[in-house]
Design a protein around this ligand. Structure first.
Ligand SMILES: CC(C)(COP(=O)(O)OP(=O)(O)OC[C@H]1O[C@@H](n2cnc3c(N)ncnc32)[C@H](O)[C@@H]1OP(=O)(O)O)[C@@H](O)C(=O)NCCC(=O)NCCS
Length: 145
């Protein structure tokens, strides 16, 4: 699927993603700064991934790990620094939550400090206590939220 907003296009087609540009974007975040390129590529292809493009260039990204029926885990949401604060994150999240595969799903996410960004979309505290198990063999991923 594809959506447009001014000069920007949002696509869920992973073949339109420039993976070198995506790595640069994710390596600038607090949660994926040491994630390997192969891991990034595999994660994108195994998720419902959303790329924000401007003139074909990557301007933002998010992905949802989902069964397309009951639950989706929204992660790796990042807008390129040059494009932040212009409403693009809100526009992108609106399209993501309306995606036919996600409309009926509970959406989970974790964030260090962007709670205020998500609240207007109905995100709040989990009803139950969330738990996590970090991978034992890949310590470089352990800092991830
Ligand atoms: C968080 C992020 C995706 C938001 O995208 P954006 O395009 O900059 O956001 P928007 O311009 O659509 O902002 C919409 C609103 O959310 C608020 N907001 C944006 N980023 C925020 C943040 N990090 N924390 C709290 N509020 C935030 C804005 O102030 C704005 O509020 P307003 O309408 O009252 O002015 C983007 O700032 C980003 O990539 N940040 C770095 C990576 C990150 O932290 N991602 C989220 C991981 S959970």
């Amino acid at each position: 699927m594809e959506w447009t907003h001014d000069d920007f296009t949002l696509t869920d087609d992973p073949d339109r993603i420039d993976f070198a540009a995506l790595c640069s974007l994710l390596w600038g975040t607090y949660w994926a700064e040491t994630r390997g390129r192969e891991v990034i590529e595999r994660s994108v292809r195994r998720s419902l991934s959303f790329a924000l493009l401007r003139a074909g260039k990557l301007a933002g990204f998010a992905r949802v790990v989902t069964d397309a029926a009951t639950v989706g885990y929204l992660c790796d949401f990042v807008i390129g620094e040059a494009h932040r604060g212009a409403g693009l994150g809100q526009w992108m999240l609106t399209q993501i939550l309306a995606h036919p595969d996600l409309r009926g799903c509970r959406i989970d996410l974790f964030t260090r400090d962007a709670q205020e960004f998500y609240k207007p979309f109905g995100f709040g505290p989990h009803k139950f206590t969330s738990m996590v198990r970090y991978p034992q063999r890949e310590p470089r991923e352990e800092s991830e939220a």
